[in-house]
Each structure stands twice: as C-alpha cells, then as structure tokens.
Design a protein around this ligand. Structure first.
Ligand code: 5GP
Length: 122
C-alpha cells in the first residue's frame, strides 16, 4: 500500500488539522484520540511517511525508529500511567481494523484494561 499524503494524521502533522497535543519532538507527535476508549487514550505517530508498523519497521531509518520508540516511553511516563500500568497497541492492516493509514501507536491507561484481546471463539 502506498502512502496517502492526505490521510488525517499526515494533515495533523502538517498543522492543517488541529489536535490535542500532549508531546512533540523531532521524531514523534502525540495527541489525544478523538474517540477515547479509556480514561487515557493517546496516539503517538512518527514524523515520516509510513503506512503501518510493517512499513515503518522495514523502511524507517534507525534514528527515527529509536527516537519514535523512546517518544512512546516518554509519553507514557508523562501521562502518569507507568506505575499503574498501560497498554500500547498498533493496528496493522485489514484484520486489525487499521483505520488511519499513517503508522500510530495507541497508549491506553487509567483503568483496568482487562486481559489481552477478544478471544477468537467469543
Ligand atoms: P486505528 O484503527 O487506525 O488503529 O485507529 C485510528 C484512531 O484514530 C481511532 O482510535 C480514532 O478514534 C482516531 N482518530 C481518527 N480520526 C481522528 C482525528 O481526526 N483526530 C484524532 N485525535 N483522532 C482521530
């Protein structure tokens, strides 16, 4: 899948659309999800044109990969969810219901999140 430079997160990165920002550095931008599924629900996106985790891990430069994952950790600490615990998640492709085709990590916290994912036979 080729990168769509007009996807919503690309437009947020360019400042064309607003976001409720929680963190920004040279590698990453983090902002609150517009439809939160937990008391804390923040999205962290890399500053680069990557459709998904697959694309990012295969093609991004080492400095961006390192900087991005450091930013995910920094954001979680700044959100205050480390002590109680949190979950991060990156939907990748159709089976995972990825909606926005710019790689992003969800950080969920602020309540007991239950165990893992829905069982396949539920
Ligand atoms: P995905 O299913 O791609 O992993 O998740 C996309 C997420 O982006 C969803 O949780 C959705 O609520 C969030 N989202 C979609 N559009 C916007 C937007 O314009 N602003 C923000 N802050 N979040 C958005």
């Amino acid at each position: 899948m080729s990168y769509d430079p007009n996807n919503i997160f690309a437009r947020i990165l360019r400042g064309e659309l607003p976001c409720n920002k929680v963190y920004e550095d040279e590698h990453a931008l983090a902002f609150h999800d517009i439809a939160p599924q937990a008391p804390v629900h923040v999205l962290v996106i890399p500053k680069g044109e990557y459709v998904s985790q697959d694309d990012f891990s295969a093609g991004a430069p080492d400095a961006l990969i390192a900087g991005f994952w450091r930013a995910v950790g920094t954001v979680a600490r700044e959100l205050g969810v480390v002590e109680a615990g949190y979950r991060f998640l990156a939907n990748t492709g159709a089976d995972a219901h990825q909606e926005v085709p710019h790689f992003h990590v969800h950080i969920f916290g602020g309540r007991d999140l239950g165990r893992m994912i829905k069982r396949f036979d539920d």
